[in-house]
Design a protein around this ligand. Structure first.
Ligand code: N01
Length: 558
């Protein structure tokens, strides 16, 4: 049992109903919704909406299209017009400023503050949360809106401390640059900087199976007309009820039952539409039936191979089916704009680190296993995140039995609905797993770490999911308050049930072959498990609502 504040000397300076950690889409929504219902809340964050504040690497942009990457509440969309179908980082920062002004959020936000630790006091049934300022705040409900990718992953490359190159991307013009990693961060950066750097070397381990973004400018007159016709309203109503949280859906027939010509025609159409249509808007069996998946992969490879001039680069970037890196769509495809053409430039080299691994970093650059030392002015690490669990366990959170979240999840994460975890009463997780707000403020001195974000975390449009989860959390809190409950906690049994649901869905799909952040296998030593619910936002929320309507089945109250 945790000691009380009186016995451990942590006297809280403020008492709140709800403390929310993280000021991205999730945290801000939770603040808005709780405050509207009269709760006394604060949100603690590191600077501005963290993701879109820090992610200012060249080319950073969202891959959910407008207006879906935005809030549906308070008619916010009426006075905000996106300029591009897939908005860039700068425009997103402006959007957060607009939302802040409209909803008057800042007054309840602690700037430049991170949450270092939290401990549940079982005697008083409250959380005591320690901020980076040293202040201790007492709250009844503790909401973690830290997002799924709050902890960078930097591989343990040998000799990294030796590299003497520069570290800031604004000085890239004319420089010799290396990019390690070709996930979404790498792809966005490469296509942006390729045309302006002196020389670019991409060190690729696994090719990203990118699909076309089909970016375009949005015409304000057309968008105004769509708003007037109620189209925006319709989109926001639809999105909570679809698999992906977008306005589009899977094609609910099997490609296996269609003719070859029909499938081809469908693929061509989806390809031209751009965005995630070719991924989560295609035939429902594509992620389940290996033969259908092979067909989608072949189509994908044919499209991109035609864009790459050099045969070696072509085979590395878009291998033929017999050499495919993994099944189509089981790792996140990045939306690209001119990614493949960049490799046709004379100043761009591509090295497969599977064929020629990195041996060590040197003062001048990187020594490859074949003995060649590559010299660089700048090395950009786009090597990803310790996703979903990493950002949560880096905060020292102690539950009712004094056990830390890190220890509880040491051999794998357990949650109910991805929003609660047994032994941590009145603590809710938003947009984390099965759904640390901290980027080091003193970055590595020799490399730039590129990171970005995004519950059904990985397979859902973020703003859609945070609104439906945020409402569920707020309903649960209201239920406790109306029924005079001091605590709400999920049972160990409910977690076992939920984890089995998540695992079973995962194991019947081709996702079971994934290597990457979807199942934690990108982080050495991390337990490999399905970290994402693959049943879709609609099914997920139906189950969450059923549990609530059954009097919070699987939960115990005190
Ligand atoms: O990270 P990643 P990310 N040696 O894990 C490679 C969201 N996001 O930051 O595939 C060499 O996908 C690794 O190789 P491999 C989005 O949901 C959204 O790019 O493991 N390479 C891979 O290529 C995304 O999915 C946007 O073989 C090494 C790369 O590093 C998620 O965030 C923008 C290596 C890591 O890719 C994460 O994307 C950006 C090593 N030792 C991100 N270790 C938007 O558009 C790792 N790699 C909004």
């Amino acid at each position: 049992m945790s000691p009380s504040a009186e016995t451990n000397g942590t006297i809280p300076s403020r008492k709140l109903d709800v403390l929310i950690v993280g000021a991205g889409f999730g945290g801000l929504y939770q603040l808005y919704v709780m405050r509207k219902q009269g709760y006394n809340c604060k949100l603690s964050l590191i600077m501005l909406p963290r993701i879109w504040y820090w992610n200012c690497y060249p080319g950073a942009r969202v891959d959910s299209h407008a207006p879906l990457y935005g809030y549906s509440i308070e008619g916010l969309y009426k006075d905000w017009t996106w300029t591009e179908r897939f908005p860039g980082g700068e425009e997103l920062r402006q959007y957060f400023d607009y939302v802040d002004k409209r909803l008057d959020l800042s007054k309840d936000i602690e700037l430049n503050t991170s949450v270092d630790a939290a401990e549940f006091d079982t005697n008083a049934s409250v959380w005591r949360v320690t901020l980076s300022t040293g202040e201790v705040i007492e709250c009844k409900y503790f909401v973690l809106g830290t997002g799924f990718a709050a902890k960078n992953y930097v591989p343990d490359f040998k000799g990294m401390e030796r590299f003497k190159g520069i570290m800031h991307h604004t000085y890239l013009k004319g420089k010799k640059v290396a990019v390690i990693g070709t996930g979404a961060s790498g792809v966005q950066t490469i296509q942006e900087i390729g045309p302006e750097v002196g020389h670019l070397t991409v060190l690729q381990r696994t090719p990203n199976l990118c699909i076309p973004m089909r970016q375009r400018k949005l015409d304000p007159v057309v968008e105004a007309e769509l708003k007037n016709q109620g189209e925006y309203e319709k989109i926001f109503k639809t999105r909570g009820g679809t698999f992906t949280g977008f306005e589009f859906e899977w094609i609910y027939i099997n490609a296996a039952d269609a003719t070859e010509a029909e499938v081809r025609e469908t693929y061509e159409r989806l390809w031209e539409m751009g965005g995630f249509n070719f991924w989560v808007g295609t035939y429902q069996d594509v992620l389940y039936n290996q033969e259908v998946n092979d067909g989608a992969y072949k189509f994908w490879a044919e499209k991109h191979r035609a864009r790459i001039n050099d045969p070696r680069k072509r085979d590395l970037l878009a291998p033929l089916l017999e050499n495919q890196p993994h099944a189509w769509g089981i790792k996140r495809p990045c939306l690209e704009q001119r990614y493949y053409e960049v490799y046709n430039q004379e100043n761009v080299d591509l090295i497969s680190v599977k064929e020629n691994p990195i041996d060590t970093f040197t003062e001048k650059g990187i020594l490859m296993s074949d003995g060649q030392e590559l010299e660089f002015d700048v090395i950009l690490l786009a090597t990803g995140f310790d996703t979903q669990t990493g950002g949560l366990v880096q905060i020292d959170i102690k539950g009712a039995d004094g056990i830390t979240l890190k220890d509880k999840w040491a051999k794998g994460a357990w949650t109910n609905l991805g929003m609660t975890t047994n032994g941590f009463p009145n603590m809710f997780i938003l947009y984390g797993l099965q759904g640390k707000p901290y980027i080091p403020l003193t970055p590595l001195s020799f490399v730039v770490v590129i990171d970005a974000i995004t519950a059904p975390t990985a397979f859902a449009n973020g703003p859609t999911l945070v609104e439906v989860q945020g409402d569920w959390i707020s309903d649960a809190i209201n239920y406790c308050e109306k029924n005079n409950k001091k605590t709400m906690d999920s049972t160990a049994l409910s977690e076992a049930r939920w984890t089995k649901i998540v695992d079973d869905m995962w194991n019947t799909s081709l996702f079971r072959f994934t290597q990457g952040w979807y199942n934690g296998s990108n982080i050495p030593g991390k337990t490999k498990q399905a970290l994402n619910y693959t049943g879709g936002v609609n099914k997920y929320m139906a189950e969450a609502r059923r549990i609530a309507e059954a009097g919070y089945e699987g939960y115990v109250f005190d």
